[in-house]
Write a protein that binds this ligand. Structure first.
Ligand SMILES: [Zn+2]
Length: 289
């Protein structure tokens, strides 16, 4: 190798190292601090995070903010929940009755969403259908849900989980009974404790319960900006939904899309970071504490 060739070679290696360092630095600094973004948005409306989602004092609220918090950075036309953990059906009803919504039957399923998210869905559906694809609701309660719906879905994992771990002799019958009688917020905290010991409560007892259901009163579906989509596995469908502001924002809940109304390239600015898993990109809050 001549001196000039060696020099060129060294320079290009140095350039490659420099570029890869720069990329890493970009990846680390690209997403804003999610909590700060949300706090600033709330402050602009004379509201405080601790009144809506007490992340510093309540373990369930912290979990909800981390797992489902993306809804707090949706465009201004969308109303975020007045509480991240609704305690009763009345609280849910009072929030839901205060938002503008639209309803239509899609593929024999009634879909109700906040107006902005519904309009964006209609545009995405039109584009999908034009491309020979489709976007339809997955299951009977794919959009708006009530507090009772979230409690029923939670119990559909909680009860089989208890039975499974009692049979495995990892949870005693007495502890299970105690958990059943707890206030919901304490019950959720108890499940989180068990899952710390890898006693999972998902359908097959191999994932966290939160990968497929929300704690009662905490689902994005209560806020009417979430839709479970049948065609979630088709990346062309995901691209169309993304283009119209709908994103996957909950790790492992692949059919679940949240309306944020933002451009994908802007999401890091609002404190979301991309996490890629099994070919899916989830946009999740950059919040770890
Ligand atoms: Zn969902």
């Amino acid at each position: 190798m001549s001196i000039s060739k060696t020099f060129t070679f060294t320079v290009s290696i140095a350039a490659m190292i420099f570029m890869s360092c720069a990329d890493t630095a970009n990846a680390q600094t690209a997403s804003a601090d999610f909590r700060k973004v949300v706090e600033k948005r709330l402050l602009d409306k004379q509201q405080k995070l601790e009144n809506i989602c007490p992340v510093d004092t309540n373990i369930v609220a912290r979990r909800v903010f981390k797992d489902y918090g993306a809804m707090f950075i949706a465009v201004d036309d969308v109303k975020y929940p007045s509480k991240c953990v609704f305690a009763t059906e009345d609280e849910v009803l009072s929030f839901q009755s205060g938002v503008r919504s639209k309803t239509a039957v899609i593929n024999n399923v009634s879909v109700t969403l906040q107006e902005e998210s519904f309009n964006a869905l209609e545009k995405a559906r039109a584009e999908a259908i034009k491309a020979g694809l489709n976007i339809t609701p997955r299951g009977g309660s794919a959009s708006k849900r009530s507090f009772a719906d979230t409690a029923r879905i939670w119990n559909s994992r909680f009860e089989p989980g208890l039975k499974h771990w009692i049979a495995q002799k990892r949870i005693s019958a007495a502890d299970a009974e105690k958990a059943r009688r707890m206030d919901i917020i304490d019950q959720v905290a108890q499940v989180m404790e068990w899952e710390k010991d890898r006693l999972w409560f998902s359908t097959r007892f191999n994932y966290s319960i939160f990968s497929s259901v929300a704690a009662p009163g905490t689902s994005q579906h209560l806020s009417m900006i979430a839709l479970d989509v049948t065609q979630f596995a088709d990346k062309r469908v995901r691209a169309i939904l993304n283009k119209h502001g709908w994103f996957q924002t909950i790790i492992d809940d692949t059919p679940h899309f949240t309306y944020l109304g933002r451009k994908e390239k802007d999401l890091p600015k609002y404190g979301l970071r991309p996490e890629t898993k099994d070919g899916f990109t989830f946009w999740i809050p950059n919040f770890d504490r």
